[in-house]
Design a protein around this ligand. Structure first.
Ligand SMILES: [Zn+2]
Ligand SMILES: [Zn+2]
Length: 392
């Protein structure tokens, strides 16, 4: 797609909102702070609104509705639909349709709505301020979501919801706080912090996932697309910074998979599950993750070796490395497949404990075979010269 073609119209509403709100925040936050001062309640509302709108997008729009990584009870869906709407990033239906296309056609400048290959600006917010996709949103990939009345209602009432949650509710909270505490100051502190400043920050924190998380960071799981893992970005995106993992395993309700990975969205979904409010939390089996990281590490080393020793000219050695790599992949696949079968085998009450023990032993052998093949291949890949490679 040529982004400069004249038929692509400017989306003036989005342009106005996305450019005026940062300017208003830059004026009103210091003005109000200096002239009236913010109360502890204003700051509390700011933090609460940041978290509620942020996770409305990450736990709701993203992991629940776009990816179906878990299921949520009625009150949780209602909560996420309300706060996700307050974030003002379109309705669940339109957001999820775009996001599913982003995953399906990632980095395809024609079909990925916010392709990172179009550059930082386009993937950050350039795609929002112009009607690149034409006037009609393509909702053909979210038919499953149309069955939920909450989602349909949120789509129909989107604009009133945006105005009510961003303006009416903050003003009401400021007014109620004054009335309750006898405070006679201005009632607009909550509106300036939890309404305006949060509105701007929340937008750009989400935009960072589409832009920065496709440019800066590591690729421990796959290099098939531009997605990156970035701990620093996870801090601003409620845990969505582990974007390379997410693009590799989009069905997982977690983005940061280790306990120490900063992923408050994951912790929220997990905590709700302890009360039965969320269910069917999908986790990718550990061995599938190990397979991805192993093959990714080895593929990178392989590429490095080919460049370093110019192996394309050395056909025999090239084949030696490739066949060793194929053997490793086969051995890893076999171990993983048998592990899955073993899991089902152990649940079968008709199997004796001896049979289960012998299956477990077979698995241990498959694991040992995989590790041995991996060690052999690593030795090949670390060879400092063609002669050394020949000798391995
Ligand atoms: Zn996603
Ligand atoms: Zn992405």
């Amino acid at each position: 797609m040529n982004v400069e073609t004249p038929e692509i119209k400017q989306n003036w509403l989005n342009t106005f909102v996305l450019f005026s709100t940062p300017v208003l925040a830059l004026i009103f936050v210091p003005y109000y702070g200096i002239n009236y001062g913010f109360t502890g309640f204003d700051w509390f509302c700011f933090i609460f609104f940041m978290f509620a709108t942020g996770t409305g997008i990450t736990a709701g729009y993203h992991r629940l509705w776009s990816h179906k990584a878990y299921t949520a009870s009625f009150p949780v869906r209602l909560w996420l639909a309300y706060w996700g709407g307050c974030a003002t990033q379109n309705s669940i239906l339109k957001w999820s349709a775009d996001h599913r296309r982003h995953h399906k056609f990632v980095d395809d400048n024609e079909k990925d709505p916010y392709s990172a290959k179009m550059g930082f600006w386009y993937s950050h917010m350039g795609w929002v301020i112009k009607d690149y996709q034409g006037p009609e949103a393509d909702l053909s990939n979210i038919n499953d979501l149309k069955k939920d009345p909450i989602i349909i209602l949120q789509d129909k009432l989107y604009l009133p919801l945006v105005l009510f949650s961003n303006i009416v509710v903050p003003i009401f909270l400021g007014w109620a706080y004054n009335k309750y505490t006898g405070n006679t100051g201005s009632i607009y502190g909550v509106l300036v912090l939890a309404g305006l400043l949060r509105f701007v920050l929340n937008h750009h924190f989400t935009f960072l996932i589409n832009s920065a998380c496709h440019i800066f960071g590591s690729q421990p799981y796959s290099s098939k697309d531009t997605s990156r893992d970035n701990f620093f970005l996870a801090l601003f995106t409620y845990g969505e910074g582990y974007h390379n993992y997410h693009h590799t395993f989009q069905a997982d309700y977690r983005n940061g998979i280790r306990w120490y990975h900063y992923d408050p969205t994951k912790w929220m979904i997990k905590t709700l599950s302890l009360f039965g409010l969320t269910t069917n939390l999908k986790e990718i089996p550990e061995k599938q993750i190990l397979k991805a990281t192993t093959l990714q590490t080895i593929s990178k080393k392989k590429e490095d070796l080919y460049k370093r020793l110019d192996l394309i000219k050395e056909k025999n050695l090239y084949q030696k490395v490739e066949s060793s790599y194929n053997e490793l992949t086969q051995s890893l696949n076999e171990w993983i497949e048998e592990s899955q079968k073993y899991f089902r085998f152990c649940k079968d009450d008709s199997k004796s404990s001896e049979e289960k023990q012998s299956y477990a032993k077979k698995l241990e052998e498959l694991k040992a075979a995989f590790e041995q093949k991996k060690a052999q291949l690593m030795e090949l890949l670390s060879a400092p010269s063609v002669d050394a490679l020949q000798a391995v």
